[in-house]
Write a new protein. Structure first.
Length: 254
């Protein structure tokens, strides 16, 4: 119990700092892509910043694992966190650091009870849109057959891909770019399913609440009707009862 409460306190205290570090990661990831004339020192600083943010999430996972009462159960129930922590170690690609950071941020955001569904979905859509466009721009810009050359083209492509519209005016030509497209399409479908399911759940909960209130009102009316009938029966019984002669004589003697 004490270990569980310690882990809960750690997760509450590190929630906002880790989300702030994710914003720092976003800036460090975007600068070398958008600012193409960035020098080696700036690019190196951005790279070290990305690794630093990933390291902070890795330390967070290690601390939560150390504070867990059942560590094997923690690993089983938080396998996606472990996968996201180990993913960049497979090969030092910036795209892997991007994917792992997005996964870790998503996992930690879902832990916060104060994060509402609308905020989470809106943040997920915005993050995927921005990071997806930056990722595809970084791999498609130098492709000889590529048609995604500017950030505007990348944003437009990411938006049409996430919504599964796919006008076809811009499309990735490299294998890595197509992998990014598949990830965006699946993410867009998943987020759309979450929104649709929660809208349906809201309507069902609303209808159930109305039905429950209607049943409660009907039951209250029935109980009141029974009470009124019982009172009427008592009044009728009192009216039909003959007068008490003993009581009449005592009153007359007085």
């Amino acid at each position: 119990m004490d270990q569980q409460s310690a882990r809960d306190r750690w997760e509450r205290r590190t929630q906002r700092p880790l989300l702030a570090l994710a914003v720092v990661f976003a800036v460090a990831y975007a600068v070398p892509i958008v600012h193409t004339s960035a020098g080696p020192s700036l690019r190196s600083a951005c790279t070290w910043t990305e690794w630093g943010v990933w390291a902070a999430f890795a330390v967070d996972y290690a601390v939560r694992l150390a504070l867990a009462g059942e560590r094997r159960a923690f690993v089983r129930t938080h396998w996606l966190d472990l996968f996201a922590v180990l993913l960049p170690l497979i090969q030092p690609l910036r795209l892997l650091r991007l994917v792992s950071t997005l996964l870790l941020v998503g996992q930690r955001a879902r832990m916060a009870s104060q994060v509402q569904l609308t905020t989470y979905v809106a943040g997920s859509v915005t993050g995927l849109l921005i990071f997806g466009s930056l990722a595809v721009l970084s791999v498609e810009r130098e492709s000889p057959e590529g048609n995604i050359r500017t950030l505007d083209d990348a944003l437009w492509w990411a938006f049409t891909t996430m919504t599964t519209v796919g006008y076809g005016d811009h499309s990735p030509t490299t294998g890595l770019g197509r992998m990014i497209a598949v990830g965006l399409m699946l993410s867009g479908i998943a987020l759309l399913g979450v929104v649709t399911a929660n809208i349906a759940a809201w309507f069902i909960a609303r209808f159930e609440k109305d039905d429950r209130e209607e049943r409660e009102h009907t039951e209250a009316i029935r109980v009141l009707t029974d009470e009124v009938r019982a009172l009427r029966a008592e009044v009728a019984a009192l009216r039909s009862r003959p007068p008490d002669p003993v009581g009449r004589q005592s009153r007359s003697g007085v």
